[in-house]
Design a protein. Structure first.
Length: 162
């Protein structure tokens, strides 16, 4: 059974699809593609069915990542099939933990930047209302956290194989 990771922001058009794309690439590069599944969702359904914000797509593609995405809203029923739910800011963390059906499910929710030992603030700021520089900064934060996240996920995946 694969290890399942879901990234969550508000609308699932900026931060979480960016994190999904970056982490999926890291998983593939690490040779864990068949053992780790990566997706994303939003706490709200405002953009459900829409593609990622064009600025997200541009920043991803400019940096060698895939930009294809369709937004969807996170559902409480997903907790049972997910191993790790990564919130992009503290508001998402609180919303997801309230949504969790059990205490065990709530424990699956973590802040993405908690995997970046150099991060002082664990929130990834929402770039939606700003310019391209906010999207580029978002990508930098996601990339910085992805190495630590990959190490943690690899440890779980290898532990399952043992």
């Amino acid at each position: 059974m694969p290890y399942r990771v879901c990234f969550v922001c508000t609308g699932n058009i900026c931060r979480s699809p960016m994190a999904e794309s970056v982490f999926r690439a890291r998983v593939r590069e690490a040779g864990l593609g068949g053992r780790v599944e990566v997706d994303s969702a939003g706490t709200d359904g405002w953009h459900e069915g829409d593609g990622a914000d064009p600025r997200t797509v541009a920043v991803l593609e400019d940096n060698g990542y895939e930009g294809g995405h369709t937004a969807r809203q996170f559902q409480a029923s997903w907790f049972s099939r997910l191993d790790l739910v990564l919130a992009l800011d503290a508001g998402h963390l609180r919303a997801l933990r309230r949504l969790a059906p059990t205490a065990q499910d709530a424990e699956k929710v973590r802040l993405l930047r908690s995997y970046d030992p150099a991060a002082e603030n664990l929130d990834v700021p929402d770039p939606y209302y700003g310019g391209m520089d906010g999207f580029e900064e978002c990508l930098e934060m996601v990339e910085a956290a992805s190495d630590g996240l990959l190490a943690a996920v690899r440890e779980h995946v290898e532990g399952r194989a043992a």
